[in-house]
Design a protein around this ligand. Structure first.
Ligand SMILES: *Cc1c(COP(=O)(O)O)cnc(C)c1O
Length: 335
């Protein structure tokens, strides 16, 4: 039986059909890696159900963000690509855009404030993007992006609230369906909602009975607060081990809020200790270096916060963690 969404809202959202996700899959084929889905013996024993891990932290640039960024860049016409792509992003989206633009022969300009650590700047520059350091805040950097759009005709690609980005992330859901068609419950990271919207749209088009659970942190979960409020709201951004899940969903959110509300069955929140345990489990039991945001699905299983009557799929969404921070976390020894 199809389940109603979180707030039992009908799917009236500017909703993405499977068609757009299938187009994305063909478009990005050969540009992104087809990642593996592996059985986790230790988590399967623990849950009494097969638990499958989608190893998306092994994606090129270290996260699934390359799927959406590549789809959006390749969907631009030649003239727009020649004028170039511009964005504010120091994280996985910035890395993905830099790589996708270079692969497509387009110029990419990433604007950042002077508060961004040198290691992050170097990482994005190494992928071939031009870096502009502007002012002391993200807002000042955003004004430079707005200027380049207005004056130079550059195009910006946002990290989640964009049809081609959502469709690109949805290709991960199609791969999961191919690999583990009998899954009952899928655990998906939830921040701005691009990943979960695309994955849920892909999966529910084929299997409306499959449960899609959003996983996020207690500290500063903007989508969770927005779902509660029934509209996009702002929350205070707090430091967290799941740093790729920080940030707001945009008060003028167009797609991902409505899609998440319609398609996601439940949301689970995690403490910092629980997230740390997820990172350590991935390292000691799975042999994988996974960032905090990438390991929240595993963390939710370890915290006994997931019930499932059948096989479970967990996405390891990213692996970009400062290796010194990672070493400090895992040096406490095996959990
Ligand atoms: C961006 C990101 C997420 C969250 O994706 P949204 O589309 O914003 O919900 C999860 N994990 C990693 C590693 C990310 O980079």
């Amino acid at each position: 039986m199809p389940r109603a969404g979180l707030g039992h809202h009908p799917v009236t959202a500017p909703f993405f059909g499977l068609g757009q996700i299938e187009v994305a899959r063909k478009r990005i084929d050969g540009h992104v890696r087809r990642t593996f889905t592996d059985l986790s013996p230790s988590l399967s024993n623990r849950m009494g159900q097969p638990v499958w891990l989608k190893l998306e932290h092994q994606q090129i640039t270290g996260s699934f963000k390359l799927r959406g960024a590549t789809n959006a860049v390749l969907a631009l016409d030649d003239a727009a690509r020649a004028r170039g792509i511009v964005a504010v992003s120091t994280g996985n989206h910035g890395r993905a855009l830099a790589h996708a633009a270079r692969q497509a022969g387009a110029r990419a300009v990433i604007c950042m404030s002077n508060l961004v650590p040198q290691a992050k700047i170097d990482g994005i520059a190494a992928l071939g993007a031009e870096i502009r350091i502007i002012g002391h805040s993200q807002d000042e950097a955003q004004r430079e992006v707005d200027r380049l759009i207005a004056e130079d005709g550059m195009t910006t690609i946002p990290p989640f609230d964009h049809p081609e980005v959502i469709a690109g992330q949805g290709t991960l859901g199609l791969e999961l369906l191919d690999d583990v068609p009998d899954v009952d419950t899928v655990l998906v990271q939830l921040s701005g909602g691009g990943l979960i919207s695309g994955v849920a749209a892909a999966i529910k088009a084929h299997r409306p009975d499959m449960r899609i659970i959003g996983i996020t942190m207690e500290r500063g979960a903007a989508m969770h607060a927005s779902l509660r409020a029934g509209k996009p709201v702002e929350v205070e951004e707090l430091p967290t081990l799941a740093d790729s899940l920080g940030g707001g969903i945009g008060l003028d959110n167009r797609f991902t809020f409505a899609m998440t509300r319609a398609l996601v069955d439940d949301v689970i929140l995690l403490s910092e200790e629980e997230i740390a345990a997820g990172i350590c489990h991935c390292y000691y039991r799975e042999g994988q270096i996974v960032e905090g945001s990438g390991s929240v699905g595993v963390a939710a299983l370890l915290a006994n916060k997931v019930r499932s009557n059948g096989p479970i799929a967990v996405i390891l969404s990213g692996g970009n963690i400062d290796m010194t921070d990672h070493r400090t976390l895992v040096c406490g020894g095996a959990p």
